[in-house]
Design a binder for this molecule. Structure first.
Ligand SMILES: *Cc1c(COP(=O)(O)O)cnc(C)c1O
Ligand SMILES: [Zn+2]
Length: 412
């Protein structure tokens, strides 16, 4: 069964053959993969999904990889959805869930999109895989390229955090450290893609890459017993995954996998140090997202010129969601709050998500019974340095190796 019909411009509807391209020639709008839902309806059932592998590939029917194509996998996805009772109690939420996507092979959400992108690229004859990255994407691309045996070029800002540079370099990719910020790296890569035969995950093969995001929402809904939550909190960098999560809910409804007439509220989270989408959301022109110069510890989501920003605000407004932003202090406080209450150590992007969740809860956004899910998209060891300034020793005592010292200083 051929389930893919081509690519379609999100703005003008122009259609294209399936190929490595991501913008419309007529209007420069973004291109999305078109699925044959009529054909998929006959095939996709809850049972079929549940019989699939314990990875995101249980949703293969809804990914842009035809059945005959071997996938490049490290076991990504099907991450835990945990009910967060202790964090919920602090925030007055009785049905709070965390989708812990830091449990992916390279410890971030990016493995979902990269697994799809590299599978597609390899099947379509590409020998080199590349990306422009704020860190997590390069980490994932380097790992999956190693797994696939493909040549790899990752473009990163020269001042990327040392922990991220190590976890990229260990996979032995070609690392191009660019003297500029992410937006400059991305602009350079948009030029490089024109003159190389390379598959850039988040540029020329972006329509296929983006689709991998949907699995995060598919799994969440399956793990909730095929029920849609009332609200989802999603961190925003380019806005790519936010838009695909809305599409995922559409597909679940369209294929009859969930029975509901109410779409969840889609809420976005940004750091105030890089909040172009939030700035537009609270202005009179939410679809006019103006670029900013990022300055935040939440570097994995610090994109000053987010390509899907206007669509994020359109979706947030249409579904009753909001876009909110938090300070640097709130990000660190949220990382610690999550760790202290739920035993989950997240990176700064997760601090942004939990910070926004906490801010909205404390402002009285919910009555307490709503099913709210927060997407925790990366692991804390990636940005452990931001906690160095925190007084982590407040509850620490140093003692002699004697019972006497223990009794004097601890067991008093
Ligand atoms: C890339 C990334 C996101 C979101 O990315 P989008 O560009 O908005 O799809 C969120 N969290 C983490 C940890 C990421 O690495
Ligand atoms: Zn168009």
């Amino acid at each position: 069964m051929a389930k893919l019909l081509g690519l379609r411009c999100r703005e003008c509807g122009a259609e294209y053959e399936l190929q490595a391209t991501h913008v419309c020639e007529m209007c420069f709008g973004p291109l999305d993969v078109i699925f044959d839902y009529a054909a998929l309806k006959k095939r996709v059932t809850r049972e079929r999904i549940q019989q699939g592998p314990p990875s995101m590939w249980r949703y293969r029917d809804l990914l842009p990889i035809e059945d005959s194509v071997p996938v490049v996998s490290l076991g990504e996805g099907f991450t835990p959805l945990v009910k967060a009772d202790r964090l919920g109690a602090e925030l007055g939420l009785r049905n709070l869930y965390l989708k812990n996507d830091s449990m992916n092979p390279t410890n971030s959400f990016k493995d979902r999109v990269v697994s799809v992108a590299i599978s597609w690229a390899r099947a379509h004859g590409f020998e080199t895989i590349a990306c422009a990255s704020t860190g997590n994407l390069a980490n994932s691309v380097a790992a999956y390229a190693a797994r696939a045996g493909l040549e790899c070029f990752v473009f990163i800002p020269v001042d990327l955090e040392p922990a991220k540079v190590v976890s990229i370099s260990v996979f032995d990719p070609n690392v191009v450290a660019v003297r500029g910020n992410y937006d400059e790296v991305n602009r350079l890569c948009s030029q490089v893609v024109e003159s190389t035969p390379w598959a850039f995950c988040n540029i020329n093969i972006r329509p296929f890459y983006a689709e991998g995001s949907k699995t995060l929402t598919f799994e969440t809904v399956e793990q909730l017993g095929w029920k849609l939550p009332d609200e989802i909190i999603i961190p925003i960098a380019s806005g790519c995954q936010f838009v695909r999560h809305r599409q995922a809910v559409y597909e679940l409804m369209e294929l009859g996998l969930v029975h509901s007439d109410r779409v969840p509220a889609f809420t976005g989270a940004q750091a105030l140090g890089c909040s172009p989408v939030y700035n537009a959301f609270k202005s009179d022109t939410p679809e006019r997202v103006l670029p900013v110069k990022p300055d935040t510890i939440a570097r994995s989501i610090a994109i000053g010129n987010p390509s899907d920003g206007m669509y994020v605000n359109r979706i947030a407004l249409a579904t009753g969601g909001v876009v909110e932003a938090v300070t640097e202090e709130e990000i660190v406080a949220a990382i610690r709050l999550l760790a202290r209450t739920e035993g989950i150590f997240t990176e700064t992007a997760g601090g942004v998500t939990i910070g926004v969740l906490a801010k909205l809860a404390r402002a009285g956004r919910w009555n307490g019974d709503e099913v709210v899910v927060a997407y925790v998209t990366g692991h804390g060891l990636k940005t452990a340095d931001v906690l160095a300034s925190v007084d982590g020793h407040a509850r620490r005592v140093e003692i002699e190796p004697t019972l006497k010292s223990f009794r004097e200083k601890v067991n008093i």
